[in-house]
Design a protein around this ligand. Sequence first.
Ligand code: GLN
Length: 189
Amino acid sequence: MTIGVLALQGSVAEHIKMIKSVNKKIDTVMVRTIDDLAAVDGLIIPGGESTTLRRLIEEFGLFTPIKERIVAGMPVWGTCAGLILLADRIEGESPCLSVLDVDVKRNGYGRHSDSFVGEGDFDGMYVNMVFIRAPHITRVGDNVTVLAECDERPVAVRSGNVLATAFHPEMTRDNRVHKYFCNMVEAKI
Ligand code: GLN
């Protein structure tokens, strides 16, 4: 099984380290090209800056290939900026990949200095949640499952092969959300 991390900008190395800590037999790929993408069974779109990421996705010719793989069922997990890129609607901006029926508001939790560690239940596991200039999920579609809430807001959602978290599990020492995603990928191959 091979899991890729979109490696154009953002917290790439942290995700790779976490996936390896789940199971060192899982191959990891830093995805920058169409060929890299073709080699993966699942993709993580990391946190970073969504405006930069979406520009680079276009520049590297990855927009259509990524979208096609997701539509064809490849498991994908977007963290923070990654969630923004997956969402069907972004307040005040046009959507990017538009494969997840949620609305988001960028920087909903405020500025960098408002970053915080929350906590809550993720699919039955109690986890710490690191929020860094995270988006608010302001609407969740009917076919989207809320996997986690923090302060009564949805912060992790899933719709079939698409998983998204407003927070950053790769910034903790707890690899259980990564394990959850690895299980999604394993179930598909
Ligand atoms: N605020 C960033 C954005 O809007 C997301 C921050 C993050 O990914 N940690 O793109």
